[in-house]
Design a binder for this molecule. Structure first.
Ligand code: COA
Ligand code: ZN
Length: 313
C-alpha cells in the first residue's frame, strides 16, 4: 500500500524545459527569465528550469547556463534540470544544480531519436550520472514513452516494468516518473501502469507523472495518477509545447487546468490561481509557441472566483 498525503499535490512546472524547447527560434533570455519569475511568484513549488543538452540538438537551451546562474539560490521553488547523459550532469553540478532529471525512453526507437543512444547506452550513462552526482544530489529518472511511442505505437507494460527494474537497480534512491510523451495515454491505463510498477517496487516512495494533453486526457490522467499515489504531476503553464522528438504530440497539460481540477476537489497545490494565470499569459505571449488551456480562455473573474456567472457581468 502506497502511503501519501491525499490532501496535497505537487504541480511540477515544466514549461521552461518541455514548453520552451518546442519553440524552434531561440527566445530572448530575458523574456524566459521574466516568465519563469512570474511562475515562481505564483507559488510553484517545483520546476524543471531547463536542460543541459547539446545546443546542436536543442538550440533553445543554448542559454541554459545563463538562466541557471540567474536563478541559483532561489529558495522558494525546488529547481531541477533535465540531462540526457553524464556530460549534462557535470554541467548541471558545475552550475550549482544538484537536482537532476535523467531521461531515457522505454522504446528503443524513441531513445535513439531523442538522445542518439541505445537504451543500454543510456542506462550506462545513468550509472555514470549516479557516480558523479554524489550523496547530496537528488535524482529523478524519467521513463519516456511509458505508454506510447511515436515510432512503435503502444508500448507493452512488460517493457515498462523491465526498463523500470533496470533503472531502479542503478539508481535505487531516485524519484521515478512514467512519462506519457505523446499524450496518448488514458486514465485507466495510467492508473494500471502506476499500480504495476509500484507493486514491483514497494520501497520506492517518490513517483511522478509527466503528461501531455494531445488526446484531451491530460487532466483525467493526472487525477488518476494522483489517486494511485503519485504526488508529483508535471505540467506546463498555458499548455505550451509540442515535443520536437515526439511528432504529433501537443504540449503538457496546462498547469492552470490542473490547478482547477485539484483545488476544486480540496487538494492543495500551494499556488495562487490568479498569479498563475498571469504567468501563463506571459508564457503564452512568447513568440512562436503553441498553447492550449481551458482556464485561460474562461473570463478571468470566473476562473478565479466561485461566484455565479450572472454576478460577474
Ligand atoms: N550538454 C551540452 N553539450 C553536450 C552534452 C550535454 N549534455 N552532451 C554532449 N554535448 C556536446 C558534445 O560535447 C559535443 O560537442 P562538440 O560537437 O562541440 O564536440 C556534441 O554535443 C555532440 O556530442 P555527442 O556525445 O556526440 O552527442 P550526440 O551528437 O550523439 O547527441 C545528445 C547526444 C544526448 C547530447 C543529444 O542528442 C541531446 O542533447 N539530446 C537532447 C534531446 C532532448 O533534450 N530531448 C528532449 C528531452 S526528453
Ligand atoms: Zn514531455
Amino acid at each position: 500500500m502506497i502511503q501519501h498525503d491525499r490532501s496535497t499535490v505537487t504541480l511540477m512546472e515544466v514549461a521552461p524545459r518541455d514548453g520552451f524547447q518546442s519553440i524552434a527560434e531561440p527566445l530572448p533570455t530575458g523574456d524566459k527569465i521574466a516568465a519563469i519569475q512570474l511562475l515562481i511568484d505564483s507559488g510553484v513549488k517545483r520546476m524543471e528550469l531547463g536542460s543541459f543538452v547539446s545546443p546542436k540538438a536543442i538550440p533553445q537551451m543554448g542559454d541554459m547556463a545563463d538562466i541557471a546562474a540567474h536563478f541559483r539560490g532561489e529558495d522558494r521553488c525546488r529547481m531541477s534540470v533535465l540531462i540526457p547523459n553524464v556530460k549534462g550532469a557535470e554541467l548541471a553540478l558545475k552550475a550549482g544544480y544538484p537536482d537532476l532529471v535523467f531521461v531515457f525512453s522505454v522504446s528503443e526507437s524513441h531513445n535513439r531519436n531523442n538522445v542518439r543512444q541505445s537504451v543500454d547506452q543510456s542506462l550506462g550513462q545513468l550509472a555514470d550520472v549516479v557516480a558523479v552526482a554524489g550523496p547530496d544530489a537528488k535524482l529523478r529518472v524519467d521513463l519516456a514513452t511509458s505508454f506510447d511511442c511515436p515510432f512503435e505505437g503502444t508500448v507493452p507494460l512488460d517493457a515498462v516494468r523491465r526498463a523500470f527494474a533496470r533503472a531502479l537497480q542503478i539508481a535505487p534512491n531516485a524519484e521515478f516518473a512514467l512519462c506519457d510523451t505523446t499524450g496518448r495515454a488514458d486514465p485507466l491505463t495510467v492508473a494500471a501502469r502506476f499500480c504495476a510498477v509500484m507493486a514491483d517496487a514497494p520501497d520506492v516512495t517518490k513517483w511522478a507523472f509527466h503528461g501531455h494533453d494531445t488526446f484531451g486526457m491530460g487532466v483525467a490522467n493526472a487525477l488518476y495518477a494522483h489517486a494511485t499515489g503519485v504526488d508529483v504531476i508535471e505540467c506546463a503553464a498555458a499548455g505550451l509545447g509540442g515535443c520536437p522528438f515526439a511528432p504529433g504530440a501537443t504540449g503538457n497539460t496546462a498547469t492552470e487546468d490542473l490547478h482547477f481540477a485539484f483545488e476544486q476537489g480540496g487538494i492543495a497545490t500551494g499556488i495562487d490561481r490568479a498569479k498563475l494565470l498571469e504567468a501563463a499569459d506571459a508564457v503564452a505571449a512568447l513568440p512562436g509557441g503553441k498553447v492550449a488551456s481551458h482556464l485561460r480562455i474562461v473570463p478571468r473573474k470566473r476562473a478565479t472566483t466561485g461566484e455565479a456567472v450572472a454576478q460577474l457581468a
